[in-house]
Design a protein around this ligand. Structure first.
Ligand code: 8YV
Length: 334
Protein backbone atom coordinates (compact mmCIF):
# COMPACT_ATOMS: atom_id res chain seq x y z
CA UNK A 1 0.00 0.00 0.00
CA UNK A 2 1.23 3.54 -0.72
CA UNK A 3 0.86 6.88 0.99
CA UNK A 4 -2.56 7.05 -0.66
CA UNK A 5 -3.75 4.75 2.10
CA UNK A 6 -3.40 7.69 4.44
CA UNK A 7 -5.65 9.67 2.11
CA UNK A 8 -8.55 7.77 3.71
CA UNK A 9 -8.42 10.60 6.19
CA UNK A 10 -7.37 13.17 3.61
CA UNK A 11 -10.30 15.52 4.17
CA UNK A 12 -9.23 16.17 7.73
CA UNK A 13 -5.58 15.12 7.84
CA UNK A 14 -2.95 17.72 8.68
CA UNK A 15 -1.10 18.87 5.54
CA UNK A 16 2.16 17.54 6.95
CA UNK A 17 0.77 14.04 7.28
CA UNK A 18 -0.68 13.97 3.76
CA UNK A 19 2.63 14.60 2.14
CA UNK A 20 5.98 12.87 2.29
CA UNK A 21 7.10 9.32 1.83
CA UNK A 22 5.11 6.20 1.17
CA UNK A 23 5.13 4.85 4.70
CA UNK A 24 4.50 6.70 7.92
CA UNK A 25 3.26 4.06 10.33
CA UNK A 26 5.50 1.37 11.85
CA UNK A 27 4.31 -1.71 13.68
CA UNK A 28 6.70 -2.66 16.48
CA UNK A 29 6.52 -6.30 17.59
CA UNK A 30 3.50 -8.58 17.40
CA UNK A 31 0.25 -6.76 18.11
CA UNK A 32 -3.37 -7.80 18.55
CA UNK A 33 -4.67 -9.35 15.25
CA UNK A 34 -7.44 -6.74 14.89
CA UNK A 35 -4.85 -3.96 15.18
CA UNK A 36 -2.43 -5.79 12.86
CA UNK A 37 -4.99 -6.20 10.07
CA UNK A 38 -6.15 -2.57 10.28
CA UNK A 39 -2.55 -1.35 10.31
CA UNK A 40 -1.95 -3.29 7.16
CA UNK A 41 -5.21 -2.60 5.28
CA UNK A 42 -6.02 0.93 6.43
CA UNK A 43 -2.60 2.45 7.07
CA UNK A 44 -0.19 0.43 4.93
CA UNK A 45 2.01 0.10 8.00
CA UNK A 46 5.54 -1.21 7.79
CA UNK A 47 6.57 -3.95 10.18
CA UNK A 48 9.81 -3.67 12.15
CA UNK A 49 11.91 -6.77 11.37
CA UNK A 50 12.77 -8.99 14.33
CA UNK A 51 16.05 -10.28 12.88
CA UNK A 52 18.77 -7.90 14.23
CA UNK A 53 20.63 -7.51 10.90
CA UNK A 54 17.43 -6.95 8.91
CA UNK A 55 16.25 -4.51 11.53
CA UNK A 56 19.45 -2.46 11.35
CA UNK A 57 19.25 -2.32 7.55
CA UNK A 58 15.55 -1.45 7.65
CA UNK A 59 16.08 1.38 10.13
CA UNK A 60 19.03 2.76 8.16
CA UNK A 61 16.92 2.82 4.99
CA UNK A 62 13.48 3.77 6.27
CA UNK A 63 13.84 4.95 9.88
CA UNK A 64 13.64 8.63 8.96
CA UNK A 65 10.29 8.14 7.20
CA UNK A 66 8.42 6.78 10.20
CA UNK A 67 6.09 9.24 11.88
CA UNK A 68 3.97 7.03 14.08
CA UNK A 69 4.98 3.85 15.89
CA UNK A 70 2.34 1.38 17.04
CA UNK A 71 3.61 -0.92 19.79
CA UNK A 72 2.46 -2.73 22.92
CA UNK A 73 3.12 -2.86 26.63
CA UNK A 74 5.47 -5.76 25.96
CA UNK A 75 7.24 -4.61 22.79
CA UNK A 76 7.61 -0.87 23.15
CA UNK A 77 9.68 1.82 21.45
CA UNK A 78 12.85 1.51 23.51
CA UNK A 79 15.72 3.99 23.76
CA UNK A 80 17.66 2.66 20.78
CA UNK A 81 14.67 2.27 18.48
CA UNK A 82 13.40 5.76 19.27
CA UNK A 83 16.84 7.20 18.42
CA UNK A 84 16.65 5.41 15.05
CA UNK A 85 13.33 7.17 14.28
CA UNK A 86 14.29 10.86 13.94
CA UNK A 87 10.95 11.92 12.41
CA UNK A 88 8.79 10.19 15.01
CA UNK A 89 5.72 12.25 15.93
CA UNK A 90 3.64 9.88 18.07
CA UNK A 91 3.71 6.50 19.81
CA UNK A 92 0.46 4.55 20.05
CA UNK A 93 0.72 1.68 22.53
CA UNK A 94 -1.59 -1.29 23.15
CA UNK A 95 -2.10 -1.91 26.89
CA UNK A 96 -2.30 0.30 29.92
CA UNK A 97 1.34 -0.23 30.92
CA UNK A 98 3.99 1.45 28.75
CA UNK A 99 7.17 0.60 30.64
CA UNK A 100 8.71 -1.00 27.52
CA UNK A 101 8.72 2.43 25.87
CA UNK A 102 11.33 5.09 26.71
CA UNK A 103 8.80 7.69 27.80
CA UNK A 104 11.53 9.98 29.15
CA UNK A 105 13.11 10.29 25.67
CA UNK A 106 9.64 10.72 24.15
CA UNK A 107 8.91 13.58 26.58
CA UNK A 108 12.27 15.24 25.84
CA UNK A 109 11.57 15.09 22.11
CA UNK A 110 7.95 16.22 22.53
CA UNK A 111 6.59 12.94 21.17
CA UNK A 112 3.15 12.15 22.67
CA UNK A 113 2.43 8.57 23.78
CA UNK A 114 -0.99 6.96 24.12
CA UNK A 115 -2.01 3.82 26.02
CA UNK A 116 -5.34 2.01 26.50
CA UNK A 117 -6.58 2.91 30.00
CA UNK A 118 -9.95 2.10 31.61
CA UNK A 119 -11.25 -0.44 29.10
CA UNK A 120 -9.25 -3.20 30.80
CA UNK A 121 -9.90 -2.27 34.46
CA UNK A 122 -12.62 -4.86 35.01
CA UNK A 123 -10.84 -7.82 33.42
CA UNK A 124 -7.53 -7.12 35.15
CA UNK A 125 -9.34 -6.69 38.48
CA UNK A 126 -11.24 -9.96 37.85
CA UNK A 127 -7.90 -11.70 37.25
CA UNK A 128 -6.57 -10.28 40.53
CA UNK A 129 -9.61 -11.72 42.33
CA UNK A 130 -9.16 -15.08 40.59
CA UNK A 131 -5.56 -15.16 41.83
CA UNK A 132 -6.62 -13.98 45.29
CA UNK A 133 -9.16 -16.80 45.64
CA UNK A 134 -6.91 -19.40 44.03
CA UNK A 135 -3.92 -18.48 46.17
CA UNK A 136 -5.81 -18.57 49.47
CA UNK A 137 -8.22 -21.44 48.70
CA UNK A 138 -5.79 -23.35 46.44
CA UNK A 139 -8.23 -23.96 43.61
CA UNK A 140 -5.55 -24.93 41.04
CA UNK A 141 -3.73 -27.16 43.52
CA UNK A 142 -7.03 -28.92 44.41
CA UNK A 143 -7.67 -29.47 40.71
CA UNK A 144 -4.21 -31.03 40.31
CA UNK A 145 -4.92 -33.20 43.37
CA UNK A 146 -8.12 -34.63 41.84
CA UNK A 147 -6.55 -35.15 38.40
CA UNK A 148 -3.61 -36.99 39.97
CA UNK A 149 -6.10 -39.51 41.41
CA UNK A 150 -5.18 -38.62 44.98
CA UNK A 151 -8.81 -38.06 46.10
CA UNK A 152 -9.84 -41.33 44.47
CA UNK A 153 -7.01 -42.97 46.37
CA UNK A 154 -8.55 -41.90 49.67
CA UNK A 155 -6.48 -38.80 50.48
CA UNK A 156 -8.01 -35.53 51.70
CA UNK A 157 -6.86 -32.18 50.37
CA UNK A 158 -5.23 -30.12 53.16
CA UNK A 159 -7.18 -27.23 54.70
CA UNK A 160 -6.70 -23.83 53.09
CA UNK A 161 -6.96 -20.16 54.16
CA UNK A 162 -10.20 -18.15 54.53
CA UNK A 163 -10.50 -15.52 51.80
CA UNK A 164 -13.45 -13.51 53.12
CA UNK A 165 -13.12 -10.84 55.78
CA UNK A 166 -9.35 -10.40 55.46
CA UNK A 167 -7.25 -7.27 55.64
CA UNK A 168 -5.94 -6.68 52.14
CA UNK A 169 -3.28 -4.18 51.06
CA UNK A 170 -3.39 -2.66 47.60
CA UNK A 171 -0.08 -1.31 46.33
CA UNK A 172 -1.10 1.31 43.75
CA UNK A 173 -4.64 2.60 44.20
CA UNK A 174 -5.11 3.69 40.60
CA UNK A 175 -8.01 2.71 38.37
CA UNK A 176 -7.20 -1.01 38.48
CA UNK A 177 -6.28 -0.99 42.18
CA UNK A 178 -9.61 0.71 42.98
CA UNK A 179 -11.53 -1.87 40.91
CA UNK A 180 -9.80 -4.67 42.87
CA UNK A 181 -10.59 -2.98 46.20
CA UNK A 182 -14.23 -2.55 45.20
CA UNK A 183 -14.53 -6.27 44.45
CA UNK A 184 -12.88 -7.21 47.76
CA UNK A 185 -15.40 -5.10 49.66
CA UNK A 186 -17.94 -7.68 48.45
CA UNK A 187 -15.89 -10.29 50.30
CA UNK A 188 -16.11 -8.27 53.52
CA UNK A 189 -12.41 -7.33 53.36
CA UNK A 190 -10.85 -4.29 55.03
CA UNK A 191 -8.84 -2.34 52.46
CA UNK A 192 -5.49 -0.71 53.19
CA UNK A 193 -3.26 0.85 50.53
CA UNK A 194 -0.04 2.59 49.62
CA UNK A 195 -0.03 4.97 46.69
CA UNK A 196 2.22 7.79 45.46
CA UNK A 197 -0.37 10.18 46.85
CA UNK A 198 -2.95 9.58 49.54
CA UNK A 199 -6.50 9.15 48.24
CA UNK A 200 -8.61 10.28 51.18
CA UNK A 201 -11.82 10.14 49.12
CA UNK A 202 -11.44 6.33 48.91
CA UNK A 203 -12.19 5.87 52.61
CA UNK A 204 -9.49 3.14 52.76
CA UNK A 205 -6.57 3.10 55.23
CA UNK A 206 -3.44 4.75 53.84
CA UNK A 207 0.13 3.71 54.74
CA UNK A 208 3.11 5.95 53.92
CA UNK A 209 5.33 3.07 52.74
CA UNK A 210 5.05 -0.41 51.25
CA UNK A 211 6.74 -1.78 54.37
CA UNK A 212 4.16 -0.20 56.68
CA UNK A 213 1.40 -1.58 54.44
CA UNK A 214 2.88 -5.10 54.39
CA UNK A 215 3.12 -5.12 58.19
CA UNK A 216 -0.63 -4.57 58.53
CA UNK A 217 -2.20 -6.87 55.95
CA UNK A 218 -2.94 -10.56 55.35
CA UNK A 219 -2.63 -10.27 51.57
CA UNK A 220 -0.67 -7.72 49.52
CA UNK A 221 -1.95 -7.10 45.97
CA UNK A 222 0.41 -5.33 43.60
CA UNK A 223 -1.38 -3.00 41.17
CA UNK A 224 1.32 -0.32 40.73
CA UNK A 225 2.55 0.84 37.30
CA UNK A 226 5.80 -0.59 36.01
CA UNK A 227 8.80 1.50 35.00
CA UNK A 228 11.94 2.79 36.72
CA UNK A 229 10.13 4.35 39.70
CA UNK A 230 8.57 1.10 40.92
CA UNK A 231 11.40 -1.43 40.41
CA UNK A 232 11.77 -3.67 43.49
CA UNK A 233 9.16 -1.83 45.60
CA UNK A 234 8.38 -5.21 47.13
CA UNK A 235 11.67 -6.71 48.30
CA UNK A 236 12.93 -9.03 51.03
CA UNK A 237 11.99 -6.63 53.86
CA UNK A 238 8.41 -6.16 52.63
CA UNK A 239 7.96 -9.91 52.15
CA UNK A 240 9.30 -10.56 55.66
CA UNK A 241 6.82 -7.99 56.98
CA UNK A 242 3.97 -9.82 55.24
CA UNK A 243 4.93 -12.84 57.35
CA UNK A 244 4.53 -16.62 57.23
CA UNK A 245 0.72 -16.42 57.01
CA UNK A 246 0.83 -13.67 54.35
CA UNK A 247 0.09 -13.96 50.65
CA UNK A 248 1.17 -11.87 47.66
CA UNK A 249 -0.74 -11.29 44.41
CA UNK A 250 0.87 -9.48 41.45
CA UNK A 251 -1.12 -8.46 38.37
CA UNK A 252 0.96 -5.34 37.61
CA UNK A 253 4.54 -5.82 36.43
CA UNK A 254 7.10 -8.42 37.45
CA UNK A 255 9.68 -5.69 38.01
CA UNK A 256 7.73 -4.25 40.97
CA UNK A 257 8.60 -7.37 43.02
CA UNK A 258 12.16 -8.60 43.58
CA UNK A 259 11.69 -12.06 42.05
CA UNK A 260 14.74 -13.63 43.73
CA UNK A 261 13.54 -12.41 47.12
CA UNK A 262 10.07 -13.78 46.34
CA UNK A 263 11.40 -17.23 45.40
CA UNK A 264 13.51 -17.24 48.59
CA UNK A 265 10.54 -16.23 50.78
CA UNK A 266 8.20 -18.80 49.21
CA UNK A 267 10.80 -21.58 49.41
CA UNK A 268 11.62 -20.83 53.04
CA UNK A 269 7.96 -20.41 53.99
CA UNK A 270 8.52 -16.87 55.25
CA UNK A 271 5.39 -16.02 53.26
CA UNK A 272 2.55 -18.50 52.75
CA UNK A 273 1.90 -18.25 49.02
CA UNK A 274 1.69 -16.12 45.89
CA UNK A 275 -0.52 -15.63 42.85
CA UNK A 276 1.33 -14.21 39.86
CA UNK A 277 0.30 -13.04 36.41
CA UNK A 278 3.53 -11.16 35.68
CA UNK A 279 7.27 -11.86 35.92
CA UNK A 280 10.58 -10.02 35.67
CA UNK A 281 11.59 -11.62 32.37
CA UNK A 282 8.44 -12.68 30.49
CA UNK A 283 7.75 -15.22 29.17
CA UNK A 284 10.38 -16.80 31.41
CA UNK A 285 8.96 -18.09 34.69
CA UNK A 286 11.76 -19.26 36.99
CA UNK A 287 11.83 -23.03 37.43
CA UNK A 288 11.80 -22.52 41.22
CA UNK A 289 8.42 -20.77 40.99
CA UNK A 290 6.97 -23.47 38.72
CA UNK A 291 7.97 -26.17 41.16
CA UNK A 292 6.41 -24.60 44.24
CA UNK A 293 2.94 -25.89 45.21
CA UNK A 294 2.08 -22.67 47.08
CA UNK A 295 2.27 -20.50 43.95
CA UNK A 296 -0.30 -19.95 41.20
CA UNK A 297 1.38 -18.96 37.94
CA UNK A 298 -0.61 -17.41 35.09
CA UNK A 299 0.88 -16.47 31.70
CA UNK A 300 0.17 -12.67 31.83
CA UNK A 301 -3.51 -12.94 30.92
CA UNK A 302 -4.87 -10.07 33.05
CA UNK A 303 -6.66 -8.28 30.22
CA UNK A 304 -6.93 -11.36 28.01
CA UNK A 305 -10.63 -11.69 27.19
CA UNK A 306 -12.19 -11.39 23.73
CA UNK A 307 -14.23 -8.40 24.84
CA UNK A 308 -11.48 -6.39 26.51
CA UNK A 309 -8.86 -7.06 23.86
CA UNK A 310 -11.38 -5.89 21.21
CA UNK A 311 -11.96 -2.69 23.22
CA UNK A 312 -8.21 -2.16 23.59
CA UNK A 313 -7.74 -2.67 19.84
CA UNK A 314 -10.49 -0.14 19.07
CA UNK A 315 -8.82 2.39 21.36
CA UNK A 316 -5.44 1.91 19.68
CA UNK A 317 -7.02 2.52 16.28
CA UNK A 318 -9.02 5.50 17.59
CA UNK A 319 -5.77 7.06 18.83
CA UNK A 320 -4.08 6.45 15.51
CA UNK A 321 -6.95 7.82 13.42
CA UNK A 322 -7.31 10.87 15.64
CA UNK A 323 -3.59 11.62 15.43
CA UNK A 324 -3.68 11.39 11.65
CA UNK A 325 -6.74 13.65 11.61
CA UNK A 326 -5.75 16.43 13.97
CA UNK A 327 -2.33 15.67 15.48
CA UNK A 328 -3.71 14.79 18.95
CA UNK A 329 -4.14 11.48 20.74
CA UNK A 330 -7.42 10.23 22.25
CA UNK A 331 -5.85 8.80 25.42
CA UNK A 332 -2.38 10.34 25.93
CA UNK A 333 -0.49 9.05 28.98
CA UNK A 334 -0.34 12.54 30.52
C1 8YV B 1 -1.49 -6.59 28.03
C2 8YV B 1 -0.97 -5.37 30.22
O1 8YV B 1 -1.44 -7.98 27.97
O2 8YV B 1 -2.20 -3.48 29.61
C3 8YV B 1 -1.20 -3.92 30.14
O3 8YV B 1 -0.34 -3.17 30.64
O4 8YV B 1 -0.12 -5.82 30.90
C4 8YV B 1 -1.81 -6.31 29.47
O5 8YV B 1 -3.12 -5.89 29.56
C5 8YV B 1 -0.21 -6.10 27.46
O6 8YV B 1 -0.05 -4.75 27.60
C6 8YV B 1 -0.17 -6.44 25.98
O7 8YV B 1 1.01 -6.04 25.45
Amino acid sequence: MTSDSLALDASTATPELQTGTAHHVLRVGPVNPQVASSLDAEFGALVLPTDPAERTAFLAEQGDQIRIAVCSGRFGVDTELMRALPSLEAIVSFGVGYDATDVAQAAERGIPVSNTPDVLNDCVADTALALYLDTLRQVSASDRFVRAGRWDAGQNFPLTTRASGRTVGILGLGRIGAAIAHRLEGFGCRIHYHNRSERTESGYTYHPSVLALAEEVDVLIVAASGGPDSVGLVGAAELAALGPQGHLVNIARGTVVDEDALVAALSAGTIAGAGLDVYENEPHVPEALRELENVVVLPHVGSGTHETRADMAELVLANLRQFLRDGTLRTPIS
